[in-house]
Write a protein that binds this ligand. Structure first.
Ligand SMILES: Cc1ncc(C[n+]2csc(CCOP(=O)(O)OP(=O)(O)O)c2C)c(N)n1
Length: 577
């Protein structure tokens, strides 16, 4: 470890701690695609001059850039949210066979409780399927130290290592001591086709070697200092990992613990040893029965949690229920309805789609909120890119009028191939790219079509119009979405034509380019209380006790969508004073 910076203590989140720990570990390359709860890892790594950090086009690209950098001889890191790892999975599975060069760490930030994701998968299972070691820090301080250990394991065993965080670890803050960066000489890349060319003959051999490697890693995990037995009251013994440890410790401070920090390959002997030293054994883990299944395989008897606890975030107050073998209580629904910002450029598009009563295949981004009432105009959302591919499936099999929508960042991430597929397979249809010139949902990160890099520098700008033409679109038109009449006319025209059409609805996100105009003027005399202005779902418009409306002037951006939809002229464009 480096020389302490005079015991400098800083207050860091888990994600910042990961960035700091990776920096101190001497990494040279970091690649990612944004996604909650992981985004801040790269944003903080990009602040270090010594780190070549990049937002990649998608997670598969990020993974391969980081892995190949490690093979080229420098320590590197890949970070993403849990579902991002799915996109990188093709590369990940085989990277366990090839191994690495210099240390290579995969950070997977999982989202138990689905605060901001499309599913709740537990990526500990992915480490097991891929046969790579898994480390699970419980706190930011551990995250910073574990990542150093992850690089050591990666180099010692020639393997990618997964460091798995969860939202609570990523976003909790803690005081930490930071240290100097330790630089490592670049490793030499030597041509080694048996290691890096995964044709069947080499891969077959590598698979056998991987099985041996996992056995050696298993022995290593038995001795790892990241796994700790804390013997207190022997009546209750708890095996746990990650943030669950902190929750159980809070509720049962006197119990005995086996806290697993190096949780795969499982330290089987340690588990057996601990089980023998306590009277009643429990496993407390969030989401999947990842540790439980191993205990069952080992024939260790313990009390398992009710299956209802496989769903959702583990809360401290649930732990006594788990110990008593009870079911999870019904959770309160998320009470606050998320809503598009005032002035959001997606709102007019969904207003028009609602007016046209179309079936809309959707995708992931701020615009997914178009699914919620009263707009209710987005009807599918599976994963990134599916707004385009579902358009194709629906167009080929439904008689209804269908359009697809996808955000600009999502289109670049995984929509392009779907559009090429439509052109190639002669599928006609209308795709609307909701281009707000940023990745708004995850914190306004730049992407190739913005022409800006993660470090804020200018770069080659991807021109979506040219790209769509090259993908095979018959027509590509750019429209300002706030001009709802023009947008409606264009969508209708393209729906009636037998072509593959792309409409780029382009207007910058209010969060990156706030355009404030005066709020509209409202006439009570002209208002018929028809509530149509409320149907655009703008947070700046509320109904008062008498059924008239009120405009919150602090929220209103003066986008005038409400003026355009009011059929009685009760709302008029505000005049600049
Ligand atoms: C595989 C995967 N990677 C990342 C994410 C996180 N994420 C969801 S949508 C999105 C992009 C949003 O940007 P854009 O498509 O431009 O829409 P906007 O939010 O700006 O409206 C990201 C990064 C995810 N859900 N799945």
């Amino acid at each position: 470890m480096g020389k302490p910076l005079g015991k400098t203590t800083v207050f860091l989140s888990g994600n910042e701690a990961i960035a700091r720990g990776a920096y101190e570990s001497g990494i040279k390359v970091a690649a990612s695609y944004p996604g909650t709860p992981a985004s801040e890892i790269l944003e903080h790594l990009a602040l270090f001059d010594e780190v070549d950090a990049q937002w990649s086009v998608n997670e598969k690209v990020a993974f391969e850039v980081a892995l190949s950098s490690s093979i080229a001889g420098v320590r590197s890191i890949y970070a993403s949210k849990h579902v991002g790892v799915n996109v990188a999975m093709d590369a990940l599975m085989t990277s366990a066979y090839t191994g690495v060069g210099a240390g290579f760490v995969i950070v997977s930030a999982d989202d138990p409780g689905i605060h901001s994701s499309q599913n709740e998968q537990d990526n500990r299972l992915i480490a097991k399927v891929a046969k790579i070691p898994l480390l699970e820090p419980a706190s930011p301080a551990e995250a910073k130290e574990f990542i150093k250990e992850a690089f050591k394991i990666s180099e010692k065993f020639d393997t990618p290592v997964m460091l798995r965080l969860t939202t609570r670890v990523s976003h909790t803050k803690e005081n930490l001591i930071i240290q100097e960066r330790k630089n490592f000489p670049k490793k030499n890349f030597t041509i080694d086709t048996a290691k890096y060319v995964m044709v069947p003959k080499n891969a077959y051999r590598k698979h056998a070697l991987l099985e041996k490697k996992i056995e050696r890693l298993q022995k290593y995990s038995e001795k790892s200092s990241l796994n700790k037995i804390e013997l207190n009251d022997r009546k209750i013994g708890i095996i746990t990992s990650g943030v669950a440890y902190l929750h159980v410790k809070e509720m049962y401070p006197k119990a005995s613990f086996l806290k697993l920090g190096f949780s795969f390959p499982y330290p089987q002997d340690l588990i057996k040893e601990f089980s023998k030293s306590v009277k009643q054994l429990y496993v407390i883990e969030e989401l999947e029965p990842f540790l439980e299944d191993e205990l069952k395989r080992l024939g260790v008897s313990f009390k398992s949690k009710h299956p209802s606890f496989r769903v959702g975030e583990l809360r401290p107050e649930y732990i006594p229920l788990i110990i008593r073998g009870e079911k999870k209580p019904r959770e309160l629904n998320k009470t606050q309805k998320p809503v598009m910002c005032p002035g959001c450029s997606h709102r007019p598009v969904f207003w028009v789609l609602r007016e046209l009563q179309l079936i809309v295949t959707g995708d992931i981004g701020c615009y997914t909120l178009g699914a919620l009432p009263p707009l209710s105009s987005l009807h599918t959302c599976l994963c990134m890119g599916s707004g385009v591919t579902f358009l194709e499936g629906f167009k080929r099999n439904l008689d209804n009028k269908v359009v697809g929508v996808i955000g600009d960042s999502t289109f670049v991430h995984s929509g392009i191939t779907g559009l090429i597929n439509m052109a190639y397979n002669k599928t006609k249809g209308v795709l609307i790219i909701l281009d707000n010139s940023t990745t708004a949902m995850t914190g306004s990160q730049p992407h190739p079509a913005t022409g800006i890099t993660i470090k804020g520098g200018k770069t080659k700008k991807l021109v979506l119009e040219d790209l769509c033409v090259s993908c095979g679109a018959d027509t590509v038109e750019v429209v300002e979405p706030h001009d709802i009449k023009k947008l409606e006319k264009l969508i209708k025209k393209r729906l009636d034509s037998d072509t593959l059409s792309v409409i780029i609805a382009r207007s910058p996100c209010q969060l990156i380019e706030s355009k404030k105009s005066p709020p509209p003027n409202y006439s009570i005399e002209k208002c018929k209380k028809c509530d149509i202005c409320l149907q655009i779902d703008c947070p700046a418009i509320k109904k008062d006790v008498d059924g008239f409306i009120e405009i919150d002037k602090t929220l209103c951006t003066g986008c005038n969508l409400c003026v355009k939809v009011c059929p009685f002229g009760a709302l008029k464009t505000g005049i600049k004073k």
